[in-house]
Design a binder for this molecule. Structure first.
Ligand code: ADP
Ligand code: ADP
Length: 228
């Protein structure tokens, strides 16, 4: 569960990125945050794993106030996946996927086994693709590695910032469908940022429609589509 209570973020230069934001994603729920560029979606997401600290208000993850949590523990609990996934170019896809287990000190054999399972989960062949370096994959394949990496330590919470934004529409739709199937099995608590209303509607159990640092509507896809 992720809960925002009256959260405000003002950057040091005075920009009010997020104003008095209150909403929640229930356990196992996928909430999409949608809206035009600059309306505060990424700021909202990055506050959950404390990449950005709120100026005011309270954020809870699975019942705990994040400001009272150890950031390292918090980030073990939360998978994070961004556009242009930022894979390490000098590491194989398998090693990239095993980044978090590596940081957690898992033995090599255990983390590579886990990485192979995850690549399989996102539709990549651990033997064929796992041994390659990221520059030998297509954009869509790299995004899959990004998703696999975010899932590596099996975190109950996932933050995704336009994870499929950098690929062409056909590949994007494919990745969306695969992700939906995966989520039906995993039931993670997910915040998913997108500027694409179609993507928000296709993926979200509920949709938070952002405008200028606020949520203008928070409802089911059907209700959002039905709105005037
Ligand atoms: P979105 O993800 O919806 O595109 P952001 O959360 O990135 O929106 O940005 C919200 C607002 O905060 C924008 O006006 C943006 O320019 C501003 N902003 C984002 N990061 C910073 C920062 N580090 N310092 C100052 N302003 C920022
Ligand atoms: P994107 O739109 O791909 O999310 P941006 O270009 O908005 O990326 O932001 C890139 C980086 O610059 C982010 O870390 C963001 O926090 C920061 N940033 C965005 N707007 C501002 C701003 N007005 N002042 C300072 N930093 C900003």
């Amino acid at each position: 569960m992720i809960r925002f209570e009256h959260v405000t973020k003002r950057y040091p230069d005075g920009t009010n990125a997020v104003n008095d934001l209150s909403f929640e994603a229930a356990e196992g729920e996928l909430v999409t945050l949608v809206g035009p560029s600059g309306c505060g979606k990424t700021t909202t997401l990055k506050m959950v794993n404390r990449l950005i600290e709120p100026t005011a208000g309270r954020i809870e993850v699975d019942g705990a106030d994040i400001m009272a949590a150890d950031p390292v523990q918090l980030r073990r609990h939360i998978g994070y996946c961004i556009q242009n996934v930022g894979l390490f170019p000098h590491k194989t896809v398998l090693d990239n996927t095993a980044t978090v287990p590596h940081l957690l000190g898992w033995p090599r054999e255990k983390r590579l086994k886990r990485a192979a399972e995850l690549l399989d989960l996102v539709g990549l062949d651990p033997e064929e693709h796992g041994r390659r370096y990221p520059d030998r994959l297509s954009g869509g394949q790299r995004q899959r590695v990004g998703v696999a990496r975010a899932l590596a330590a099996d975190p109950p919470v996932l933050l995704m910032d336009e994870p499929f934004g950098a690929v062409d529409p056909v590949v994007r739709e494919h990745l969306q469908n695969e992700f939906l199937k995966l989520q039906a099995r995993m039931r993670k608590t997910v915040l998913f940022v997108t500027h694409d209303i179609e993507e928000a509607v296709r993926l979200g159990d509920r949709i938070a429609v952002f405008g200028d640092g606020r949520i203008e509507q928070f409802d089911s896809p059907a209700a959002v589509l039905g709105a005037p």
